[in-house]
Write a protein that binds this ligand. Structure first.
Ligand SMILES: NC(=O)c1ccc[n+]([C@@H]2O[C@H](COP(=O)([O-])OP(=O)(O)OC[C@H]3O[C@@H](n4cnc5c(N)ncnc54)[C@H](OP(=O)(O)O)[C@@H]3O)[C@@H](O)[C@H]2O)c1
Length: 279
């Protein structure tokens, strides 16, 4: 089984991004500003946010990690968040939010010109119409990896497990644009294996550790694992990597696959917005 690692691609993208930031910051006469909104105490979000901060700071971006604990009243949080959004050139909003906060309300406060996740209606609408603004980075990463390893999607049968607006749904749209024939399966699909067994390539964004097993895929299938789970000291994906060994033709490892490339692509998304609207 070939391992579709992405470090070298992420490195190449980071190199180009470094030059783009230099040009942009010079034109702006100041560093660009990113606000990472952590309206949560979720440890995974905090871990991910600190990693994000590192990846942007090394490009000279002025990053603010904006965290509010659960006991701050909603109105106070919203008032403050508006100020951070005004300050920033780009915003990343971590999910899940504290229970007393409204995700849609906060997303609604972010103008699409600062939405580096590409989750606003304008970006998602553009994605459907092939007028790409910012493509949700995880979906983008998953769709690019097979191509980076020389596997064309055109004409292939693809299955996407999961239909979240952030990952599964944009991914299904992207793959369709790449001329794959796509089945999107989810929690209401009676027999997922019926679809996965027929697929040339399976994308797994189900949010359940080691969900996809070897007996659910056909011999020689490609498997793209989007999941990330922290189990004790271990990081595992949505795929049971051991059970697909010897059956799949290729697999994106966790860690070192989709997530690694996603981190580089989020930086590219921020740059795209800066170059379009600020510098
Ligand atoms: N690599 C990265 O950079 C990155 C970034 C973001 C997320 N992730 C990971 O990607 C995974 C998915 O994230 P997400 O935000 O899309 O999760 P999500 O919002 O929880 O969505 C999960 C999707 O899986 C479906 N599903 C759940 N249980 C199922 C089952 N037993 N059978 C079939 N379908 C089922 C759900 O169906 P319904 O719609 O019917 O509920 C839903 O569409 C997670 O593991 C997350 O950690 C990775």
């Amino acid at each position: 089984m070939e391992l579709w690692k992405t470090r070298k691609f992420a490195k190449a993208i980071n190199k180009v991004n470094g030059t783009r930031f230099q040009i942009c910051h010079e034109k702006m006469g100041r560093p660009s500003r990113l606000a990472i909104l952590l309206l949560t105490d979720d440890p995974s979000s905090h871990g991910y946010a600190h990693m994000q901060k590192k990846s942007f700071t090394k490009h000279g971006v002025d990053v603010s990690l904006v965290h509010y604990p659960a006991d701050i009243p909603a109105d106070t949080v919203y008032e403050d968040v508006i100020k951070w959004i005004e300050w920033a050139d780009g915003v990343f909003l971590h999910r899940p939010l504290h229970k007393h906060l409204d995700y849609k309300k906060v997303l609604g406060m972010i103008p699409y010109t600062k939405d580096i996740e590409g989750l606003k209606e304008a970006s998602i609408g553009g994605l459907v119409l092939k007028r790409y603004n910012v493509i949700p980075a995880t979906a983008w990463s998953a769709a690019l990896i097979p191509m980076f390893y020389g596997v064309t999607l055109a004409g292939k049968k693809a299955v996407v497990i999961g239909r979240s607006p952030t990952v599964g749904m944009p991914l299904s749209i992207l793959l369709t644009h790449m001329n794959a024939t796509v089945s999107t399966v989810h929690s209401k699909t009676p027999d997922i294996t019926e679809y996965t067994k027929m697929a040339d390539i399976v994308f797994v964004s189900v949010g359940r550790p080691r969900f996809l097993k070897g007996d659910m895929i056909k011999e020689g299938a490609y498997v793209v694992d989007i999941g990330i789970h922290y189990i004790g000291d271990e990081i595992v994906g949505d795929v049971d990597a051991y059970s697909i060994e010897g059956k799949a033709a290729a697999y994106t490892p966790v860690p070192g696959g989709v997530g690694t490339l996603t981190t580089a692509l989020i930086v590219s998304s921020f740059l795209r917005l800066l170059e379009k609207h600020v510098c």
